[in-house]
Design a protein around this ligand. Structure first.
Ligand SMILES: Nc1ncnc2c1ncn2[C@@H]1O[C@H](COP(=O)(O)OP(=O)(O)OP(=O)(O)O)[C@@H](O)[C@H]1O
Length: 245
């Protein structure tokens, strides 16, 4: 049995700017599972970022249902959605979004400080997350002394340090060369497997497609296809739930 991280049912979202209405999400129903690495693609403006923002509790859908475990996000207050985001979601963006003045280790500790994790534990967990992305030896460096690939790995460590139920990545490899990009994909896939996180990654990068457990495709606000390619690794999360973790 795959464990659901988030379930969306009949989501609609539109924007009206100067009297012109855009339907960014039209009747989207999708369920994201823990342990699964899903890649979302589609033409520019088709609604990918809006879907991530909605699933991640950053914007409210106009209608439809959104449920994460016991939490009904569609009828929740802003404070409840903030709490869900803080506790259960990780985000990775193409521009890394690191704090210039903080070392790699400090960046990764930030979310745990927000969650009020005691300092010693936060430090130990941040070091473990940096180790997971292969950056233990860079822990004291600030972003200006890190390469693009390393910065993205710090951003991933920061996103996975709280072991989120769901991890959203918006074009995480687009600023990277191919070997750094491949490494990021491996790390995201390992995060899904080893932490039992649902990873939803927006990408136009076809190299990612072959690594995905699941391929979602949007067009004009609609979810056009949702497939688990036979060539992908199994989508069974037993590896995590009954494995050595
Ligand atoms: N805050 C907003 N206000 C008005 N319109 C918006 C807003 N956010 C998105 N839109 C519109 O909704 C549609 C979907 O946008 P969205 O950013 O989700 O697409 P996308 O697939 O992520 O595009 P890209 O690949 O170019 O990032 C677009 O037509 C966009 O112009």
């Amino acid at each position: 049995m795959m464990r659901s991280a988030i379930t969306a049912l009949n989501l609609h979202k539109s924007f009206t700017v100067q009297g012109v209405r855009t339907n960014a999400l039209i009747d989207i129903s999708v369920e994201m599972y823990r342990g699964e690495f899903a890649v979302l693609s589609g033409p520019s403006g088709c609604g990918k970022s809006t879907l991530l923002a909605t699933l991640g509790g950053m914007t409210k859908p106009d209608s439809g249902q959104l449920r994460a475990g016991e939490i009904d996000l569609s009828s929740s207050t802003d404070a409840q959605r903030d709490a869900f985001r803080l506790r259960s979601c990780g985000f990775i963006f193409q521009g890394f979004n690191l704090f210039p003045a903080l070392s790699a280790l400090e960046q990764v500790q930030v979310p745990l400080d927000y969650l009020k994790v005691p300092e010693a534990e936060a430090r130990a967990r941040a070091l473990a997350a940096l180790e997971r992305v292969g950056l233990l030896h860079r822990q004291h460096l600030r972003p200006s002394h890190l390469s693009g690939g390393e910065k993205q790995r710090v951003a991933i460590a920061r996103a996975i340090v709280k072991e989120p139920a769901i991890l959203f990545a918006d074009e995480p490899t687009s600023a990277l060369d191919s070997s750094n990009g491949s490494r990021i994909v491996e790390i995201l896939r390992d995060a899904a497997r080893q932490l039992g996180t649902a990873v939803l990654c927006v990408s136009h990068d076809s190299r990612l497609f072959s690594k995905a457990d699941r391929l979602l495709r949007m067009e004009d606000g609609r979810l056009l296809s949702d497939e688990r390619p036979a060539s992908g690794r199994n989508t069974d999360t037993r590896e995590y739930w009954h494995g050595s973790h």
